[in-house]
Design a protein around this ligand. Sequence first.
Ligand code: AMP
Length: 464
Amino acid sequence: MAGIDRRFSAPKGVSDTLPAEAAITLGATKYFAEVASLYGYSPIETPVLERTEVFERSVGVTSDIVSKQMYTFEDKSGDSLTLRPEGTAGVVRAFVEHEIYKSEPLPWRVFYIADMFRYERPQAGRYRQFKQVGVEAIGAGAPEVDVEQIDMCLSFLGGIGVAQPKLLINSIGDPTCRPEYLKALVEYLDSSEIRSGLCADCRSRANRNPLRVLDCKRPECKKLTEEAPKALDYLCEACRAHFEEVIAGLEALGIDYRIEPRLVRGLDYYTRTAFEVVSGGLEAAQDAVAGGGRYDGLVELFGGPPMPAVGFAVGLARSLAASKSKGKAESDRQGHGRSRHRLGPPRFEPAPRRPDVFVIEIDAGARDQALRLASSMRALGVSVVVSPGDRSVKSSMKHADRSGASVVALLGPDEVAKGEVTVRALRRSAESGPQQLSIRIEDAPRAISEILLEDSAVEEEPEG
Ligand code: AMP
């Protein structure tokens, strides 16, 4: 067999998500949508492409994202467009463009599930295309909303089984208090023994974007900034009060947190609350599964009225990787459950990967009956795969077995002549009823649904 032609492999840093993994990702995005709805957030979709200025303006030209990581190109009319590297800028742009503040009650609470693109050095947990699920509440100044989002974020991460999630939180002040803090920070970084020890990136950041120096993951920089001035010591009265109320809210909900004075987040538009969730289940260098915070100045920056806002984003691949050891076995088991309507909180379930029923045409003479049987079962919400009559029954049976279907429905010349279908209940135990039966074809959809309900009742029974 010829080898794989590498010219056609996926570009560096981007990859395929094959069905087994994609079923889990799809389940996680559905679960996120349910959790976000529980908190009153509505879905929003913004374009994958934005004008480059949208990110330059909001994320900031000195940020790593804008200065190094954007996929920017000129389209055929000469406009500079960029594949979105993050979700907030597009949502705020849409909020201002559609003058939502004139028509909708505030805060405007929205959630998104979207692919992001960053030209990064690919490694485990760091890709050039990755899915984020996130929320924004625009027109929300109250600390309760920061707390609501942190609670939602942790509830989602807990629901998908992320191992040892830890909340880190800080306040980076606002335009009233930050200038004084930045002055002190720059002075600290400027002292010769600090500056000479910083990595090359941080030396150049020290004046352009000094906050980012605190965020550097290199051990030498981390060590040198241990004693750096802390934003929390420079907060103005209003920022301090906001931070204290957020902390009080977390305590009221019993949420564990750690104040992390060097947590700044990489994007320029953040004010006040900055938070991150890290997982003990990941390597320390890429252990952040979610990040968020306030961006009280961004709406105005896009030409809207001055208005506070808060949001967060969760990296899906990374959170699912962090949940593998703890959550995967459990979610795989749950994924086989079939009851679609139940009361109670939403549950993370991978999208079903197995059909309920495998219809086997023993030969092509049964085609019309097979097609009709499949379509009437699908109308009842039963998933069906039809194995066409151009292959042997043996190979169809093998395929049915591998597919994990609960029921096989066989249609051949005998069945067609008698107006019947042969049904095999593959998961039924001998005590629960016949494992093979002949059913009149018009009664088959109902009878098969009953077998499926019986199967799912057995699967849902508590173990032990
Ligand atoms: P950010 O938008 O940088 O605040 O990132 C929020 C979350 O997205 C992070 O905590 C990660 O889980 C995830 N993330 C960010 N960059 C990447 C990347 N290049 N590859 C995979 N996940 C990422």
